[in-house]
Design a protein around this ligand. Structure first.
Ligand code: NAG
Ligand code: NAG
Length: 619
């Protein structure tokens, strides 16, 4: 504990001021571990500037290893991503895998990386990957280390394809440029779920002292245990996703623009279009090559919308293209925009793309499967906070729809279970523009989604229609699904807690949830913090519950669904609302008004009692 050490030192030496004491420890740390001179120089600079708070932040507490692995800024100290913390994490992970797999030394692991680099601290995804490889190799574990940048989905693909024990992807996806991350896949090809996170975290704590060979990434790269899967996996991946190519529209002249937003996607999306025999998309020149500075965008997140797509729209105008596809920097997600008659661009929401891709996947499946009974074996998944449009499609078409908790780790693991039971998992999505169109990758995959979307767009063009029109057709057939999501900012856990507790004790006692919200009556409540669900026979929720996060879902009798939840990583109370209209009701204006009223009622009745302690989402 830093505070106590400070105190000890003061008593022993007396001569150190508070700042100096801290620096004394930092110096010690740097002296012991000056393996990366840039990281060391960063510490020395911070000392020179007397940046006590910054130093404290870096050195006081270790990054938490969760089911999503690690995500933090690159820089010095145990709170940051650097050579030492990568080694410590990988040593722990390696020991944990040894405990779980007697045959780890036969099967091995795969490691991939994106294009991130941080010149100031000397950290980069590529360098971190080679250190992680050195750790495994030093223990005699074979490592399939990609020799070049890859999209994140290539790592889970490789785990499944080669039957490995685990996979690591060094990436911070769409985070700001100074961040990096360490994402972990289990032998089933999906991201880890509890209790693996706790087990790995414990093993990290038990293996903090770097093993001597762990630093020696250069030697490791020459070791015969190290293999480069790049060529084979590249070939195999495109062969496998080609199975999802149903028609041939190569002769078709539909023009599409693609941006990889300075990330890894460019070459892979070009290859995917080629595998689908589609006309190659126009690449946004300024953004097609990896650039750790993400120079042309404020945030490298296509979900943020228009700013990220300005250059894409300009290229599309020049080339006469009507559709823009955008991956995030590690190419596991996909955004799509389409030019409208008004000459404006429409950026589809993740839910709208879920409707379009889900419809397309089923449309293609139906064309290939004349056996009506097979539909009973078919599944689509989405997360609890995503649109329920696929439930409406499933209900009408006779296949299964299931909800999972938020995050692709849940959908990946559920898909694995279903596949193991011999089911067909056709599609899974979440509103945060994540799509799984092929079970060969049990995670979101923006590369296969881009090619499959490309084919859908080509098909629609042959039918003289387009994405916007097709989306309306889907809603006409299965019912309009209109969503509205937002959040409040709240830094006070007590306020958050009392806000949710009030809903649980609305009638004065436990489990007396509200039955009305303004003029809207509530037909069902599911509380995944406590495990209550009054839609189930014994009032017990089917989905896993987590007492450490808040999440309540209300069903309304007008077809509305609203979920309120806290975010694990941000000081937010998020809410997700949707109005699911019956097929045939296409008075969109009225439906929108009804949803607006519902959201107003929720804010007024469920949030406003704490109003002065909540900040609204910034405009
Ligand atoms: C999309 O398709 C619809 C119906 O075919 C058509 O009316 C509309 O003009 C198309 N939009 C654009 C921008 O081409
Ligand atoms: C809401 O309604 C749907 C559809 O009937 C049902 O499947 C679901 O379990 C209900 N409850 C919640 C809390 O979503």
């Amino acid at each position: 504990d830093f505070e106590n050490e400070d105190y000890e030192l003061k008593n022993q030496c007396g001569i150190y001021s508070c700042v100096n004491k801290m620096c004394f420890f930092v110096c010690l740390f740097v002296c012991f571990f000056t393996q990366n001179p840039k990281t060391a120089a960063m510490v020395q600079n911070m000392m020179k500037e007397g940046a006590v708070e910054a130093l404290r932040k870096c050195f006081s507490s270790r990054m938490e290893f969760g089911t999503a692995g690690l995500r933090a800024a690159m820089g010095p100290g145990i709170a940051c991503m650097n050579d030492l913390t990568i080694i410590q994490t990988t040593q722990g992970f390696c020991r944990y895998l040894e405990e779980n797999f007697g045959n780890l030394k036969e099967r091995g692991v795969v490691i991939g990386y994106d294009a991130r680099a941080h010149p100031t601290s000397g950290g980069s995804s590529k360098h971190f990957s080679s250190l992680a490889a050195a750790v495994f190799i030093s223990q005699g574990v074979p490592v399939h280390l990609f020799s070049d940048i890859t999209p994140t989905p290539f790592v889970p693909f490789t785990v499944s394809h080669l039957g490995l024990c685990a996979g690591i992807m060094v990436t911070a996806s769409h985070n700001p440029k100074q961040d990096n991350g360490y994402k972990v896949y289990w032998e089933n090809g999906a991201q880890i779920v509890s209790p693996h996170d706790k087990g790995i975290s414990k093993a990290i704590e038990e293996n903090l002292e770097p093993w001597p060979e762990s630093w020696n990434s250069e030697e490791a790269l020459k070791n015969p245990l190290l293999k480069d899967p790049y060529q084979d996996i590249h070939r195999e991946y495109f062969k496998v996703i080609q199975k999802h190519c149903h028609h041939r529209y190569s002769q078709h002249t539909v023009k599409i623009v693609h941006t990889s937003v300075h990330g890894v996607g460019h070459a892979f999306v070009q290859s995917a279009f080629k595998a689908f025999d589609l006309r190659p998309p126009y690449a946004v020149e300024e953004q097609k090559d990896p650039d750790p500075e993400f120079s042309t965008v404020k945030y490298p997140n296509p979900e943020e919308g228009e700013g990220v797509l300005t250059l894409s729209f300009a290229l599309a105008e020049r080339e006469g293209a009507t559709v823009v596809l955008a991956n995030d920097p590690d190419a596991d997600r996909l955004a799509i925009a389409e030019k409208q008659e008004s000459a404006q661009w429409r950026l589809f929401s993740g839910n709208e793309l879920g409707a379009l891709l889900g419809w397309w996947m089923f449309h293609c499946w139906k064309q290939q499967n004349s056996d009506a009974a097979a539909v009973k074996n078919l599944y689509m998944l989405s997360s609890t906070v995503s649109s329920k449009i696929l439930r409406a499609v499933a209900l009408k078409e006779g296949f299964h729809f299931e909800e999972t908790l938020t995050g692709f780790k849940w959908m990946g693991n559920r898909a694995r279970d279903l596949l193991d039971q011999g089911k067909t998992v056709l599609f899974a999505f979440e509103e945060a523009i994540g799509y799984m169109c092929s079970p060969s990758v049990l995670d979101k995959d923006g590369v296969s989604a881009a090619a499959i979307a490309g084919e859908m767009i080509a098909y629609l063009t042959t039918k003289n229609t387009n994405l916007s029109q097709q989306l309306a057709t889907i809603y006409e057939e299965y019912g309009y699904h209109i969503c509205k999501n937002s959040y409040f900012i709240c830094h006070d856990q007590n306020v958050i807690c009392s806000l949710f507790e009030r809903l649980r004790n609305y009638g004065g006692q436990k489990d007396s949830y509200p039955t009305k919200c303004g003029r809207f009556s509530i037909s069902a409540v599911r509380d995944l913090t406590t495990g209550y669900d009054n839609n189930q026979p014994d009032n017990k929720a089917v989905l896993p519950t987590s007492s450490s996060s808040q999440m309540i879902t209300f069903n309304f009798s007008n077809g509305g669904v609203a979920t309120m939840r806290t975010s694990g990583t941000e000081p937010k109370i998020k809410y997700y609302t949707e109005l699911c209209a019956a097929p045939g009701n296409s008075d969109v204006k009225h439906l929108k008004k009804e949803l607006d009223d519902l959201v107003d009622a929720i804010v007024e009745n469920f949030f406003e009692p704490q109003k002065n302690k909540l900040q609204p989402k910034p405009e």
